[in-house]
Structures are given as structure tokens and as C-alpha cells.
Design a protein around this ligand. Structure first.
Ligand code: NDP
Length: 289
């Protein structure tokens, strides 16, 4: 069996260590606050007080801490990593994935970036999806072990691809949660329970999500007009109505105003015949801040 080290034992790192242990793996673990490592110690899990001692016996080193600053600090202390594969499952930006690799320059590690599309309680089940990118041979060598964490998907040999996919998926998720939060606030402000709206909202979002392939095709082709049935000029009025009704109800429009403004800007520039996909052009044209 592969010798594994897990660095970072917060909610996610702990679930990773336990999922590997449940799968019959023996591992060494480290956490900045050593008590969390000690609490996990068992027949299969050895708690180590230093990073160096934790990774010394390991072929596979999993890093899962709060952010890439912490991950980079830990990697900066790595000794020569010949023969080891490092999997950085810490959430971060694509550029940070490259920064992490630079911390390992000349340390001879084979490296994978990861994106965890799961919450701690489902780690180790097939509902957990973990995205990987980087050294494909390292991925293939350790896939049987990584499968203990959940479903695995290799995104390509560019280390930035796993975090790019991770953050893009999270962006979609937060968009849905933003809309749902606003919709529930409108209901509560009207004296109605959010639970009354939830079934209809799920049904509606399910139907709308079916249009994403078409939207992606519009974005990729650059044709935002052919076959449009819900043009932006019309949608701008619906967004104005959402914001006006929210203000009438005493609901803060903070989550809706950015979309309202983007659509209005697109219409003002003469693109009112476009589909909602035209908003992507507006985002790409916006200066980076
Ligand atoms: P927690 O807040 O539960 O744990 C944070 C971990 O990071 C702890 O082990 C903490 O150590 C460690 N840490 C923080 N700063 C440092 C530092 N400077 N040096 C060393 N260690 C440090 O977070 P999670 O475990 O939930 O998240 C870990 C990663 O997993 C994050 O990147 C997160 O985005 C990702 N993730 C989490 C999900 C979740 O639902 N929880 C879902 C998907 C991904 P200490 O115990 O000493 O504070």
C-alpha cells in the first residue's frame, strides 16, 4: 500500500485522512496545531509533530490547509522530494498553483493541483468529486489511492486547470446561491416562508440550467443574437422590476444590482437584441480590478 502523508487537519484534511484510513491506508499526519493530529492518532494514523518527519516515509504527500499562503510556507520547508508525489488540495487561484510549484523548484517532487468539489462529510464517497491537473503519470500512478477520496477527474497537464475548474464551478454555485438568497429574502419580506418557494425555485432553476450548453455555444461562437427568444432589452426590464420590487419590500438589492447594471450597460451599447450570453462579453470587456 502507498505510504501517505497528510499535511493539514482542518475539517477537510481530517476527512481526507479518515477516508484514506477507512480504505486501509496507513498514514502520517501533521497539523499546525498538533492537538488535532494527536486526536486523530490510531492504528493506521501516526501523528507527527514536524512536517519533515511526516513526509519522510511518504510516497504521496497531500497538502490541504486554509489557503495557498499557508501551503506555500509548508512547501518551502520541504526537503528533497525525489520519489514523492505532492498533491496540493488547498483552494487557490490558478496563478497560486504555479506559485506553489515554484516553491518546490529543484526539490524534485512530481506535482498535482487539486480542486475538491465536495464537503467533508461526503469525502470518501462517490459523491465527492476531486479534480486534478499537473503530472499525468503521477496521477495515474496514484489513482487507485486517490480514488479513496471520491471520484477523480484529470483535467490536463497544466497545474492551473484544476483550480480554474474548481473556482469556475464555485462561481456558478455562488451565482445560484446569490439568486436563491435574494428570492428567499423577497419571500420572507412578504411574510411568506422560504420553504413555500423552494420547490418551485428548484424546478425553475432546473429548467434554466438546461440552457447552459446553448449559452456556452453562444459565448464560444460570439453569436449572441441568432435564435434569441429572450432578448436583453426585455430582460433589463425584468431586472429593473426585481430591484424595484425588492426596494418596495425593504430587501437590499445588493446581489441583483450588479447583474442589472451589466445588462443595462450592454443594452445601452446597442446590444439589446442579444441573449443573456452577451453579459459575458461585457465581463470580458470590463477592466480587471
Ligand atoms: P479549516 O478552517 O477547517 O482548517 C484550516 C486548516 O488550515 C487547519 O488545519 C489549520 O491549522 C491550517 N492552517 C491555517 N493557516 C495555516 C498556516 N499558516 N500554516 C499551517 N497551517 C495552517 O478549513 P478546511 O479544512 O475546511 O479547508 C481546507 C482546504 O480545503 C481549504 O483550501 C478549503 O477551501 C478546502 N475545501 C474545504 C471544503 C469544506 O467544505 N470544508 C470544501 C472544499 C474544499 P490549525 O488547525 O492549526 O488552525
Amino acid at each position: 500500500m502507498t505510504k501517505i502523508a497528510v499535511l493539514g487537519l482542518g475539517a477537510m484534511g481530517r476527512s481526507i485522512a479518515l477516508a484514506l484510513s477507512r480504505n486501509g491506508h496507513s498514514l502520517t499526519v501533521w497539523n499546525r496545531t498538533h492537538a488535532k493530529a494527536q486526536a486523530l492518532a490510531s492504528d493506521r494514523i501516526v501523528a507527527s509533530p514536524t512536517v519533515a518527519r511526516t513526509i519522510a516515509p511518504a510516497e504521496l504527500v497531500i497538502v490541504c490547509v486554509l489557503d495557498q499562503t499557508a501551503a506555500g510556507q509548508i512547501a518551502g520547508d520541504f526537503p528533497d522530494m525525489s520519489g514523492k508525489v505532492v498533491v496540493n488540495l488547498t483552494n487557490g487561484t490558478p496563478d497560486e498553483a504555479i506559485g506553489f510549484a515554484r516553491r518546490l523548484d529543484r526539490k524534485n517532487a512530481r506535482l498535482l493541483s487539486g480542486g475538491i468539489m465536495a464537503v467533508p462529510p461526503i469525502m470518501g464517497t462517490s459523491d465527492a468529486l476531486i479534480l486534478y491537473s499537473g503530472d499525468q503519470h503521477a496521477y495515474e500512478d496514484h489513482l487507485p489511492t486517490l480514488m479513496a477520496l471520491g471520484s477523480a477527474q484529470f483535467m490536463g497537464d497544466d497545474l492551473r486547470l484544476a483550480p480554474l475548474n474548481d473556482l469556475a464551478l464555485l462561481a456558478g454555485m455562488y451565482g445560484v446561491f446569490s439568486g436563491a438568497a435574494h428570492a428567499f429574502a423577497m419571500f420572507r419580506a412578504s411574510g411568506r416562508p422560504a420553504g413555500e418557494l423552494a420547490p418551485l425555485l428548484k424546478q425553475w432553476l432546473g429548467a434554466m440550467i438546461e440552457t447552459l450548453d446553448e449559452m456556452a455555444a453562444q459565448v464560444d461562437s460570439g453569436d449572441h443574437v441568432t435564435g434569441v427568444v429572450s432578448n436583453l432589452a426585455m430582460q433589463a426590464i425584468a431586472l429593473n422590476n426585481i430591484v424595484a420590487a425588492s426596494r418596495d419590500l425593504g430587501v437590499g438589492p445588493a446581489l441583483m444590482v450588479p447583474m442589472q447594471q451589466l445588462v443595462a450597460a450592454r443594452v445601452d451599447k446597442g446590444h439589446g437584441r442579444e441573449d443573456i450570453s452577451g453579459v459575458v462579453v461585457e465581463l470580458l470587456d470590463a477592466p480587471a480590478v
